[in-house]
Ligand binder design. Structure first.
Ligand code: URA
Length: 190
């Protein structure tokens, strides 16, 4: 029988070969995401930046260091979380993702979610929140709230890059992560 890890690896291989949109031509490396194939939590960002494009790994730049510190703060261990993005390839000059790119790329994210079956998905920032919860939501209003959609629990928060732009976001994001830790204790099967 194929294991979730094998399925996730097979998806990553397909993502690395993807040419569904023109970002497939400009990228250096696709960034499928990384983490546990049976993770409790999936953190979903926006798109790879320059560092991620260079290394083919998600969240390895400055925002990534912040995300990884937040994950450590709530004591999630390797294998318990997965880090990915809405777009698997870097938009040139880090521009916002285009609607057509999101459409072309979203089947990959949905397939990853279907394999991992996380207890909680944490959309990081407005692009991920909007894809997973709908465009009418506003990140400032829904962050830190627990939402159930079609049997899936989600708890959006701001993208950690917000802290780089304005350090005042740190307190709010830390509070959201601490809430996530409490939520996991509540919903984790014994
Ligand atoms: N920002 C994102 O949204 N994703 C990354 O992988 C890195 C920075």
């Amino acid at each position: 029988m194929t294991t979730p890890a094998e399925l996730l690896d097979a998806l990553a291989e397909q993502i690395r070969a993807c040419r569904q949109c023109e970002l497939g031509e400009s990228r250096k490396n696709a960034v499928p995401g990384e983490g546990g194939a049976q993770a409790k939590v999936m953190f979903i960002g926006e798109a790879p930046g320059a560092d991620e494009d260079e290394q083919g790994r998600p969240f390895v730049g400055r925002a990534g260091q912040l995300l990884r510190k937040l994950i450590q703060h709530i004591r999630l261990e390797e294998g318990e979380y997965f880090i990915g993005n809405v777009l698997k390839c870097r938009p040139p000059a880090n521009r916002d993702p285009e609607p057509l790119e999101i459409e072309a790329c979203k089947p990959w994210l949905y397939a990853q979610i279907a394999v991992i079956k996380p207890l909680v998905i944490v959309p990081l920032g407005r692009f991920s929140m909007s894809l997973l919860l709908g465009p009418k939501m506003q990140i400032g209003k829904v962050r830190g709230t627990v939402i159930e959609r079609e049997g899936q629990v989600l708890m959006p928060t701001y993208h950690p890059a917000a802290i780089l732009r304005n350090p005042r976001y740190r307190k709010v994001i830390v509070a959201d992560f601490e809430k996530l830790a409490r939520l996991l204790l509540e919903i984790e099967p014994c």
